[in-house]
Design a protein around this ligand. Structure first.
Ligand code: NDP
Length: 489
């Protein structure tokens, strides 16, 4: 088992080749409850020697089979059994996720349900017959890419693990997953069931540890064929450079500064709700947060006022209280980072509401939902990803202006447009340079639909057949049907 209680603090190890192993250095790192600032777990830190062991295990499991050569149907059955275990234990997993991230329990419950759905998403590995001339047969086989290194962030810990593990395993890859150092607990709990559901040793390995050591060693390792990364653009750039040395396939899901665009004719109540939900869900720690709220000039002042009034009703609280809509940020580091942007924002724009730490909490990394308005799109708070509950409201004058401001960003992950005018809605959809565009909503995400960004929000897609595609190679097979010798001599 991964865990054991030591005076209320659980201990976790690395999961390598189907076994729980302490790190070779013997070092551990602490994991916190961000609402109480208390240590809740100690986790074995993996160094490059441990990463090497994990890669060798994944390599042997891939090269020697049988996982990669098992039928897609049989692999699917294993993933369904894993999904079933996750559903049976969803209350326990949601509780750990809630305690470790600070996200409201209701949101943690949604996340765990999505995790199970992700493993259940059917793994249809398809091939093609290619229409070549009649004297030959050409077809394509889809085969697993090989050993996948997977690095994930802390905002949706188990869900991000599922988005990566499910398609990789469905494709027949073997995996080494590195969770974020702040939030490794739920995926380690799930690893307890890997053998029971039928995942052979070495097929999934979980290594804990810091990005600069364990993560970097994984990216550089010659035994890894592909790196799938979700995290910041800054780290994404480091990963691309390091992976270039061994020409690994790389997919990146990075951050954003997503525009949420409101036209005068949009439904009023739905718009105010959508603006707040789009940026404050999960304490704003969402890669697709609608953190730039673009509002048409005719309704701008009234809109800011209405957002402010409704934002007063957002219930900040302990993550385990069911009425809580916003918990603490995940860590002291993130709290400090967001707080520094709050100070910057006060210089760059006007404050409608928020701007600091809520007074009612003696402990915990809580930040008020904050709305800055009259923000210039050139301001740093409008250009840089804050990854906290901070909205920048920006006025625009007509459709062309909205599109210009929306696209004026290095990022291109997501966007939303709110209007009742169907012509305008689709003109804007087609003009936005973003990988995900919502109309009259923001944030719904389904395992059947692709997720990923344009521009510096990364490349590659997760979820649906697109996610599976990223873990498959394409082999073209030519069969000669003409018995006549080539006659080349
Ligand atoms: P980071 O980029 O700091 O870290 C992400 C992961 O990379 C962590 O596991 C981290 O390890 C690891 N890492 C850090 N440095 C290296 C390195 N040099 N080599 C290899 N791995 C490394 O992001 P955060 O954890 O702070 O997460 C927030 C970011 O993630 C935001 O920018 C957000 O937009 C983005 N994100 C994007 C999503 C998307 O789908 N596009 C979804 C969710 C988040 P360690 O834990 O030790 O730091």
């Amino acid at each position: 088992m991964s865990s054991g209680a030591t005076a209320g603090v659980r201990t976790y190890k690395n999961y390598v080749n189907g076994e729980w192993l302490g790190g070779s250095s013997g070092e551990t790192f602490a994991v916190y409850d961000p609402s109480t600032e208390e240590v809740i777990a100690q986790v074995a830190a993996a160094g490059s020697a441990d990463v090497d062991l994990a890669v060798k295990a994944a390599r042997a499991a891939f090269d020697g089979g049988p996982w990669s050569t098992t039928s897609a149907q049989d692999r699917g059955r294993v993933l369904f059994r894993l999904a079933e275990k996750i559903r049976q234990n969803s209350a326990m997993l949601a509780e750990i996720e809630c305690r470790n991230t600070g996200k409201p329990i209701v949101e943690a419950e949604y996340d765990i349900a999505d995790v199970a759905t992700c493993f259940e998403y059917s793994n249809k590995v398809l091939g093609n017959v290619n229409p070549v001339p009649a004297n030959a047969l050409s077809f394509t086989l889809r085969e697993p890419v090989g050993v996948a290194g997977q690095i994930i962030p802390w905002n949706y810990p188990l869900l991000m693990a599922a988005w990566k593990l499910a398609p990789a395993l469905a494709a027949g890859c073997t995996c080494i997953l590195k969770p974020a150092e702040q939030t490794p607990l739920t995926v380690l709990e799930v690893a307890n069931w890997f053998r029971e559901v039928g995942l052979p040793p070495g097929v999934v390995n979980i290594i804990n540890g810091l990005g600069e050591t364990a993560g970097a060693a994984l990216v550089a390792h010659p035994g890894v064929d592909k790196i799938a990364f979700t995290g910041s653009a800054a780290v994404g750039k480091i990963i691309v450079k390091s992976a270039a040395d061994t020409l690994k396939r790389v997919t990146l899901e990075l951050g954003g500064k997503s525009p949420n665009i409101f036209f005068t004719d949009a439904d009023w109540e739905a718009s105010i709700d959508g603006a707040l939900f789009g940026v404050f869900i999960n304490q704003g720690e969402v890669c697709s947060a609608g953190s730039r709220i673009l509002v048409e000039k005719k309704i701008y002042s009234k809109f800011v006022e209405a957002m402010k009034e409704k934002a007063k009703r957002i219930k900040l609280g302990a993550p385990f209280e069911r009425e809580t809509k916003m918990g603490p940020l995940v860590s002291k580091e993130q709290y400090d980072r967001v707080s520094s942007y709050l100070e910057l924002g006060k210089k760059e724009a006007k404050v409608a509401i928020g701007g600091g730490r809520p007074k009612q909490f003696a402990k915990g990394y809580y930040v008020e939902p904050t709305i800055f308005y009259d923000v210039e799109n050139t301001a740093r708070i409008a250009r840089e990803e804050i990854f906290g509950p901070v909205a920048s409201v920006i006025p625009f004058d007509g459709e062309a202006d909205a599109i210009r401001i929306a696209n004026d960003t290095p990022y291109g992950l997501a966007a939303a447009v709110w209007t009742r005018d169907i012509y305008k809605a689709f003109r804007v959809v087609k003009s936005l340079r973003a990988g995900i565009v919502w109309v009259n909503h923001m944030q719904p995400t389904y395992v059947e639909a692709p997720w990923g960004g344009y521009k510096q929000s990364g490349f590659g897609r997760e979820l649906g057949p697109w996610g599976l595609e990223e873990y498959l190679e394409t082999k073209q097979v030519f069969v000669n049907l003409d018995e006549t010798p080539i006659g080349w001599y």
